[in-house]
Design a binder for this molecule. Sequence first.
Ligand SMILES: Cc1cc2nc3c(=O)[nH]c(=O)nc-3n(C[C@H](O)[C@H](O)[C@H](O)COP(=O)(O)OP(=O)(O)OC[C@H]3O[C@@H](n4cnc5c(N)ncnc54)[C@H](O)[C@@H]3O)c2cc1C
Ligand SMILES: NC(=O)c1ccc[n+]([C@@H]2O[C@H](COP(=O)([O-])OP(=O)(O)OC[C@H]3O[C@@H](n4cnc5c(N)ncnc54)[C@H](OP(=O)(O)O)[C@@H]3O)[C@@H](O)[C@H]2O)c1
Ligand SMILES: Cc1cc2nc3c(=O)[nH]c(=O)nc-3n(C[C@H](O)[C@H](O)[C@H](O)COP(=O)(O)O)c2cc1C
Length: 618
Amino acid sequence: MMGWISLEFQATNSPFTAEQAELLNRLLPALTDVQRIWLSGYLSASLQSGAGVASPMSTSSTSVAASAAPVVSVPKDVTVLFGSQTGNAQGLAKKLAQQLTAQGFDVTLSSMGDYKTNNLKKVHNLFVLASTQGEGDPPDNAIPFYEFLQSKRAPQLAETKFAVLGLGDTSYEFFCQTGKDFDKRLEELGAERIVPRADCDVDFEEQAGEWIGAVLSALGEATAASVAVASPEATASVNEEASPYSRTHPFAAEVLENLNLNGRGSDQETRHVELSLEGSGLQYEPGDSLGVYPQNHPQLVEDILQATGWNGDETITLNKNGDTASVRDALLHHYEITVLTKPLLEKVAGLADNEQLDALLEEGREQDARTYLQGRDLLDLIQDYGLGHIPADEFLSLLRKIPARLYSIASSFKASPDEVHLTVRKVEYEQHGRQRYGVCSVHLAERLEAGDTLPVYIQHNDNFKLPKDSTTPIIMIGPGTGVAPFRSFVAEREETGAEGKSWLFFGDRRFATDFLYQTEWQRWLKDGVLTRMDVAFSRDSDKKVYVQHRMLERSRELYEWLQEGAVLYVCGDEKHMAHDVHLTLEQILMQEGNMSQEAAAEYLSTMLQQKRYQRDVY
Ligand SMILES: Cc1cc2nc3c(=O)[nH]c(=O)nc-3n(C[C@H](O)[C@H](O)[C@H](O)COP(=O)(O)OP(=O)(O)OC[C@H]3O[C@@H](n4cnc5c(N)ncnc54)[C@H](O)[C@@H]3O)c2cc1C
Ligand SMILES: NC(=O)c1ccc[n+]([C@@H]2O[C@H](COP(=O)([O-])OP(=O)(O)OC[C@H]3O[C@@H](n4cnc5c(N)ncnc54)[C@H](OP(=O)(O)O)[C@@H]3O)[C@@H](O)[C@H]2O)c1
Ligand SMILES: Cc1cc2nc3c(=O)[nH]c(=O)nc-3n(C[C@H](O)[C@H](O)[C@H](O)COP(=O)(O)O)c2cc1C
């Protein structure tokens, strides 16, 4: 509920006479919040209608029909729920809630993970904002609510109006699947959709802003609320938080250091990058990520120019604002050229007049199209279908903006003020007969030196946070680059003198070359900042040894730590590691806690809900 600022009306600095000011000062402090909302709505509606406030007010607590003014009612409750892994849906939910609150609605804003589902049947207006993770899965903090809603226990919602905003990425097969699932299920439960679902791609600001605008308008009409609905201009673009730098307005951070953490002879390259945030006002907490806007590989850009014959120096318009750049710069800095999506293929087919491409998009050939898109880039598309004849400006206008990459922050702001450190593994591989370079990791590894700058922003993540009570034990499982946030956690705990026990499981390929931050862990162990560390080097012996094998070896102690209330964190590979670690945790609970498989699963689910099991996986 919006807080009320106490005002003292003075006849001298207001348009009121002394008598009116005195009356107002007597009346206003005595009003309840509902009465104030009602009054503000009544006055606003009267002014909008030009009717003045001459009509007598009804004392009805729900609505009033002034003879010449629009229908006025007490604004209804609104519940805004978000399911978010890295904070995008959460940020949008917060914005929607702020705008609704500013308009006098009684707003409940909650993560799905914290929401008490028995309140659901009382909700009149429900807005759901959810991203999709994994392969079409809900984010971690949405899982219990998602499962509840899909289950038979979900209530009928005939009295509920709703709308859903999905966040996703069109390069994934199950685009915005979680948003689609929520939308379908709420309808099945009898709720009334008041705004069509929006499925947003990685560049979501504009579409999400339009959806928020539509929700505000629809709610205004549906409740006959007396409040003025924000103008489309005010809601069309979603502004970022109060910080001057954000996802849409990144800070040019200077590179302080860029080192390879892997030893000579390693078959991997992992960069430790230190950036300066000085002068930006940006701050972060352990568990947050840094968004980095990279540049495409110059060789790929030159190859595209060569394959098409486009003039790299020709000037083109980049966006609706009329910003311009040369074709070469646009390919280097502005557009995504390494990922193909189905919507892109369809748009290109519209320009290309190419029978083969049209055939690939025919109904019934969805799997062929998916197979084609896998691992191919713009150069493949241009070469495979001979698309060099399409003019540069037309082709480029179809491309997505180059999306930022997220990196778990590996430093503590308290320990290294005005700095942010990253641990970035270089992605390079061969596919479809050509060497491929990970856009951001290769940019950082090969073309970024101390003194250069990089556009960055902080992505706050409430779902991956140290416990508030610094005496709570923590267990950190982070193989490979998954170790990054734990460097931040331990540095923070050292800096703040936290007394809680801490235990790190780290794994990588080889002890001799791939033990990331080895000397720092050893110092922290020696100083007692880190209580325990177990390592698993997978390629030092014939048999693969992974972090979960070490967890099993220590299952008794691990179970005891969990029983003592430890918070458990997992960071790194989502596809295999996080699943295997989850299964291993189940196994440990069954073995050490004498639980059935169902009981172990329930134990972990409760831990998830209580934020004692947090994951930052990618
Ligand atoms: C919350 C979060 C935190 C993250 N933290 C970190 C971190 O701390 N450190 C870190 O290094 N990364 C981290 N990542 C991953 C990071 O964001 C990037 O995805 C990663 O660096 C690759 O980006 P890129 O631009 O270099 O590669 P891209 O150009 O985006 O290419 C990557 C794509 O290449 C393909 N690919 C990769 N390897 C192969 C292969 N061997 N064979 C075939 N195809 C392949 C895959 O399709 C992959 O999606 C994090 C991601 C998230 C979401
Ligand atoms: N989107 C991207 O392009 C991108 C880029 C970078 C990383 N990532 C993701 O981030 C993950 C982390 O990458 P990384 O290079 O830091 O490390 P990684 O590939 O996860 O490897 C770290 C260690 O984990 C081991 N490992 C492999 N499978 C495992 C499993 N099922 N359970 C537990 N450990 C396992 C590896 O062993 P072996 O290798 O010897 O089997 C290695 O010793 C990647 O796997 C990938 O999914 C994605
Ligand atoms: C590991 C991972 C898996 C993802 N899987 C999907 C997916 O299956 N479908 C989809 O549409 N988007 C997928 N996305 C994209 C996210 O939904 C998108 O980045 C979204 O903006 C994240 O919002 P959030 O910060 O609120 O979680 C995935 C992103 C990541 C990092």
